[in-house]
Design a protein around this ligand. Structure first.
Ligand code: AMP
Length: 415
């Protein structure tokens, strides 16, 4: 099946075209046909399109809305000179898979989108007011472009973490708040954690039930998950993606009393403080320079910038602290997996996070860590390290395409 994978943001649309089916999933022979990003939808959009094996094409186009962006993708993919020979008309696209941020407690798996499912996703808007509406726009745009007959599947960021036990997802707040408003830990990046845990299992050739691993997704957003017997049993993001690790612009864990304190001292509303915690904190907030880890590392090395070094230190310390906590949660783990832009690309950050954890059986091999090639699956610990540390590139789009096929074919998703 040719699956169009869509990830709709407020003014951005990311897509991939992937050929996959149950046999291809089984023997890992899915094929990526194309990928691209459309930015600044609503005005003169910046369009980046890339067919597999070809140089990326950059253009601009006036695009009114998400529907116009989807139409542009289809026109490009079907054109003779696109470089995608297996797609010549709309009929060659067999299903659409959507990334949906919040599935609440209702969606524990990916699902074919019916009117009822769409209403369910709408019901989750209050939990993700910024993300779910734009995801819904993507679903509606695809319906308009392809018609109601084409299967569309929703793959939720929260679904993988729905196996968290009650004691891990419940906050110690008055229980009515959970009952009335579903205030609890949901966790995000579930597709990424699930994908790398699955890859890890394949690399080690172990069954799901024996998969005990701690996965760290370190990108612009960062989260960590404890996976026991293949299931997520704890994760650092909470009701929203603000909790947990230090991120590019998000604070991660703070004392909740800080919100009121800052509001009073700085004359801000609680909404403004929330924005400050989401957009002006994290690496950017501490360094005062940037949210980009690559730039921070360059500042630290080239100018020995104190605040850049401090931001890196706080980032790594928080991650190390969570690894310790999740070791206790998993009851000892076989492995740790790094993924995401920082996790996959920075040997220095991986080494800093794992430093001093030898007593836990984590012995990074400096040479292996430094020589790891991004884009590959790599082991970065010594052969006799009790806990193995891997770097595995995440591929959320591939998992979305595969789930889309599984849903359409009625195959189980818990595999
Ligand atoms: P993502 O959100 O997964 O795309 O990750 C984005 C983050 O990865 C940004 O903070 C980048 O600075 C960081 N990143 C990408 N390449 C590198 C690198 N070579 N070294 C350090 N950080 C990197």
């Amino acid at each position: 099946m040719n699956v169009l994978v869509l990830n709709c943001g407020s003014s951005t649309l990311k897509f991939q075209l992937i050929t996959t089916d149950l046999e291809q999933i089984a023997d890992n022979t899915d094929r990526r046909l194309a990928r691209g990003t459309i930015d600044r939808i609503g005005g003169e959009a910046i369009v980046l399109l890339e067919a597999a094996g070809r140089a990326p094409e950059r253009t601009t186009a006036p695009l009114r809305d998400t529907r116009a962006a989807v139409e542009l993708i289809i026109r490009w993919a079907c054109a003779e000179n696109s470089g995608i020979d297996t797609i010549t008309s709309v009929a060659d696209i067999h299903a659409v898979g959507h990334r949906v941020v919040h599935g609440g407690e209702r969606f524990t798996h990916s699902v074919v989108i019916s009117d009822e499912v769409l209403r369910g996703i709408e019901d989750c808007i209050e939990l993700a007011p910024l993300h779910n509406p734009t995801n819904i726009k993507g679903i509606q745009a695809a319906r308009e472009v392809f018609g109601g007959g084409l299967p569309q599947v929703a793959v939720f960021d929260t679904a993988f973490h729905q196996t968290l036990p009650e004691h891990a997802y419940l906050y110690a707040l008055p229980y009515q708040l959970y009952r009335r408003h579903r205030v609890r830990r949901y966790g995000f990046h579930g597709t990424s954690h699930r994908y790398v845990a699955y890859r890890f299992r394949q690399l080690r050739n172990i069954p799901r039930e024996q998969t005990n691993v701690i996965t760290l997704h370190l990108g612009n957003g960062c989260s960590i998950a404890a996976i026991r017997a293949g299931d997520s049993v704890d994760t650092s993001m909470g009701l929203t993606p603000l909790e947990g690790l230090v991120m590019g612009t998000r604070s991660g864990d703070i004392d909740p009393a800080i919100v009121d304190f800052i509001a009073a001292k700085e004359g801000l509303t609680s909404r403004e403080v929330e924005t400050l915690l989401n957009k002006q904190s994290g690496l950017l907030g501490i360094s005062g320079l940037t949210n980009d880890m690559r730039e921070l590392l360059a500042e630290a090395h080239e100018h020995n910038d104190r605040r850049a070094r401090l931001a890196i230190e706080v980032f790594c310390y928080r991650a190390r602290k969570y690894i310790g906590a999740y070791m206790a949660v998993v009851n000892g783990t076989d492995a740790i997996v790094f993924t995401g832009g920082i996790g996959e690309n920075s040997a220095e950050i991986r080494a800093k996070i794992c430093a001093g954890l030898e007593w836990m059986g984590i012995e990074v091999d400096t040479d292996r860590n430094d020589r790891y090639q991004p884009g590959t699956d790599g082991l970065i610990t010594k052969d006799d390290s009790r806990v193995a540390v891997y770097v595995i590139p995440t591929d959320e789009e591939l998992l979305i395409a595969r789930d889309t096929v599984r849903c359409v074919r009625g195959a189980p998703q818990r595999f």
